[in-house]
Ligand binder design. Structure first.
Ligand code: HEC
Ligand code: HEC
Length: 359
């Protein structure tokens, strides 16, 4: 969604939420899984804004296993200290427990890492959408001097010195073997496997008992206050760019100097109308991924929900509303596939010490 002014953006968001509110009470047909889509029970909000997670699909198991090893291997970084998992921890919802990323030699990055879980369902990658897909995305961090600080030539050389990698690449990619493109392909395939169905997906599939009464109440609040104008689709986000601070200036409210990262999509397009626009993030597993927002400025989920209500919707949510919504968001925590974590003999790296989030 590309919008030329705040007013137009607001009008558009409100039109969308009105349209959603007016939609008839029917369940979104799940993209995969249960075929028994039944009409929503009376008194519950329409579910047309959402879609259940599709299954991961048929991914070549050997590729997923190879990508998993690469994702957790610190040899991808210039000084052997960081793996992808250092900033995208499976124990932290696929994101990191610190405000902004810490790259090699302790360098502070400009922005908070988004989750890799279900990232394949985002319409673009990165907060500002500068990568089209996961394979394109994987090129970035390795060569970024303040992230992994390596070169692809050096990565390929290092991995080539490890016989078990050479044989794994040959068995998966044949004569092509161990190349930069294949390293990226294997990592992207592993990321494609990181799909985390939750109880909310079972609910969307027609199993009303999959959510508690309190979670259903939170879902109703989430829809009724208008969060679904932006957090919509399979990822409850990840489907459009939107302005951070659509109704009220977020950056004034936050305080502190504007950083380059705060300009969001503008940094890619240099269009004034894209200033402070970000990819609307997925809310799947959001209860696990604090701190929140591109700047990691909000330490807790209730704070983030309250700020969203104010700056995106112009609503002062009261404590009960915030609590209901947070209860619903907790039901979006899904299950990792059984083989997501590396086996003990593939040593997981120690993440750098977290820096505490600001109050
Ligand atoms: C030093 C920390 C760090 C490391 C190491 C790192 N990332 Fe990231 N990752 C980030 C940050 C920060 C962002 C967001 C950057 C932005 O949007 O400008 C990000 C974004 C992403 C995204 C986009 C997700 C989305 O929804 O937009 C994916 C996918 C991803 N990283 C995968 C990887 C992979 C694969 C590796 C290893 C090759 C890796 N990352 C290594 C910090 C890191
Ligand atoms: C007008 C679009 C819009 C609306 C409406 C909206 N959001 Fe957001 N939401 C965004 C954008 C854009 C971001 C990312 C902003 C950033 O990081 O600077 C975001 C981020 C978030 C985050 C942080 C996620 C993370 O991983 O850091 C949460 C939580 C959230 N929204 C919840 C909500 C809730 C709850 C509502 C309803 C009260 C809501 N949002 C309404 C656009 C919207």
């Amino acid at each position: 969604m590309k919008i030329s002014s705040t007013r137009a953006a607001l009008a558009s968001a409100l039109t969308l939420s009105v349209a959603l509110g007016a939609a008839c009470r029917r369940r979104e047909t799940p993209a995969a899984g249960s075929a028994s889509a039944t009409p929503g029970p009376a008194g519950e909000p329409p579910l047309t804004a959402f879609a259940a997670l599709p299954a991961a699909g048929n991914l070549a198991e050997a590729k997923v296993t190879l990508g998993r090893r690469l994702f957790h291997d610190t040899r991808l970084s210039g000084d052997n200290t960081l793996s992808c998992a250092s900033c995208h921890s499976l124990d932290h919802g696929g994101a990191e427990p610190r405000r902004v990323s810490t790259g090699i030699r302790g360098q502070q990055g400009p922005i908070n890492s988004p989750t890799v879980l279900n990232a394949r369902f985002n319409f673009v990658q990165f907060w500002d959408g500068r990568a089209a897909d996961l394979a394109a995305q994987a090129a970035g961090p390795v060569a970024n001097p303040i992230e992994m600080g390596n070169t692809w030539a050096h990565v390929v050389e290092t991995l080539n010195a490890e016989p078990s990698y050479v044989s794994a690449f040959t068995s998966v990619y044949g004569a092509q073997g161990l190349t930069e493109a294949n390293v990226r392909d294997a990592i992207a395939t592993y990321e494609m496997s990181l799909v985390t169905p939750s109880r909310f997906d079972r609910y969307l599939g027609g199993d009303r008992s999959a959510l508690t009464a309190a979670e259903r109440e939170g879902l109703a609040e989430f829809v009724n206050v208008g969060c679904t104008a932006c957090h919509t689709g399979v990822n409850i986000g990840g489907a459009m760019y939107q302005k951070m601070g659509l109704v009220e200036n977020y950056f004034t409210r936050r305080g502190g100097p504007l950083t380059e990262a705060d300009h969001g999509r503008f940094n890619v397009t240099h269009q004034e109308s894209d200033r402070h626009f970000f990819k609307v993030p997925t809310l799947r597993n959001v209860a696990l991924t604090a701190p929140y927002f591109h700047d990691g400025s909000h330490a807790t989920l209730p704070e983030a929900v309250r700020t969203m209500g104010a700056v995106q919707l112009g609503r002062r949510l009261d404590d009960a509303q915030v609590q209901h919504i947070v209860t619903f968001l907790n039901a979006l925590t899904g299950e990792l596939p059984a083989n997501a974590r590396p086996p003990a003999n593939e040593v997981a790296p120690a993440a750098p010490a977290p820096t505490p989030a600001a109050p």
